[in-house]
Write a protein that binds this ligand. Structure first.
Ligand code: SAH
Length: 347
């Protein structure tokens, strides 16, 4: 099945022209799909056009919300989505002062196999299409409507966005289209484990989302123990790619650093982190590891997290501790989906 959500506005405009329809029909259709309208709800689009689209194999809805779980502590909402082929992915909707941030998945599963992450436990199942990525935002806006519509997007759900490069960059274009969701490029963050060649490509292809790099260690030996990708791209190359990205886009790079008890949380690690980021325009986001049952690693204690932060800030490094949201609804990414599947659909 093909979907209009898989297309940028110019692709839809081209399709509509090829179908012999006036140009304004493309605008109408693109607006409707951004609102999550089904064909039956597109009141100003003639039936004949909809029949032609269906005849050419275009469906109207690539992804549906299967279930939602709301945190009693902070109102964070966890979402389970069903894809057309029966696969399930998850997402998180977080409320901040400046708006609503949706954490979006780019793959079913992941092949990066980081030692602390639930998403890679089953390996990569498949890439998500552009329509399935943007469809997560559209479905949330449709369900929660005004007041909770998505203003910011982080590609931090399951999957490695740069390992699904073509669909991810098409998504980056589609999500900011004036005729569609029109979410500002400034409000989109892409998180990567550090696939350096793709960071250069992203930049050279003219994309400039906020780049977040999952560093999680200040040296290759520690990083390689928890992130297999470190064997392919040493830390020096990751830092060089981050500098290149900043110089080309003017966007400050963010490093994610999940603190794992006894692995990467010593004072020496903090000092080493200061050294490798010296002189860079970057920010470090510290987060206490969310324990993942199958992975057997523990988060650093709150006191040690604060001490780690102090070493960084005392040395003039821009760093903050990321707030944990939704801890009562299974914070660790990937866990909800696994539980749903292993318990036969009952979370
Ligand atoms: N593949 C992308 C997106 C992954 S998820 C990437 O590697 O950046 C987004 C962030 O959550 C990453 O920084 C990832 O390393 C982190 N993460 C994964 N599992 C975690 C856990 N159990 N606790 C804390 N952070 C985790």
């Amino acid at each position: 099945m093909r979907y209009l959500q898989d297309m940028t506005f110019s692709d839809v405009a081209k399709l509509i022209k090829e179908m012999g329809q006036p140009a304004y029909r493309a605008v109408q259709l693109y607006k409707w799909i951004a609102q999550g309208a089904l064909y039956s709800e597109m009141t100003n689009v003639p039936n004949s056009l909809i029949e032609s689209l269906v005849g050419e194999g275009y469906g109207d809805c690539p992804i549906k919300i299967l279930d939602t779980f709301t945190s009693k502590i902070d109102g964070t909402i966890k979402l389970l989505y069903a894809l057309g082929d029966g696969n399930i992915i998850e997402g998180v909707l977080m409320k901040y002062k400046y708006g609503n941030t949706l954490c979006v998945s780019t793959q079913v599963g992941c092949r990066m196999n980081c030692a602390f992450c639930a998403s890679g436990l089953d390996g990569l199942v498949r890439n998500l299409s552009c329509g399935e990525i943007i469809g997560q935002i559209i479905a949330v806006n449709k369900l929660f409507g005004n007041g909770r519509s998505v203003t910011n997007v982080v590609l931090m759900g399951s999957g490695e966005p740069l390992d699904n490069y073509d669909n991810t960059v098409k998504f980056l274009t589609a999500v900011s289209e004036d005729e569609g969701l029109n979410i500002s490029k400034r409000n989109i963050s892409l998180s990567t484990c550090g696939l350096c060649d793709k960071i250069y490509k992203l930049c050279d292809d003219g994309y400039s989302p906020t780049l977040t790099i999952s560093l999680h260690a200040p040296s290759d030996d520690i990083r390689a123990k928890i992130m297999p990708v470190a064997h392919r791209y040493p830390i020096g190359e990751v830092i060089d790619a981050a500098k290149y990205y900043f110089n080309a886009t003017g966007r400050r790079v963010i490093f994610e650093y999940s603190l794992i008890d006894g692995v990467n949380d010593s004072k020496d690690c903090a000092l080493e982190l200061v050294k490798i980021t010296k002189g860079m325009s970057c920010h470090i986001n510290l987060i206490r590891l969310n324990s993942v049952k199958e992975r057997g690693l523990k988060g650093t204690s709150d006191i040690k997290v604060k001490a780690f932060l102090k070493v960084l800030t005392d040395k003039g490094v821009s760093a903050t501790i990321r707030r944990t949201l939704g801890s009562d609804i299974d914070g660790a990414c990937g866990q909800l989906r696994r539980r749903y599947i292993s318990e036969g659909g009952n979370v």
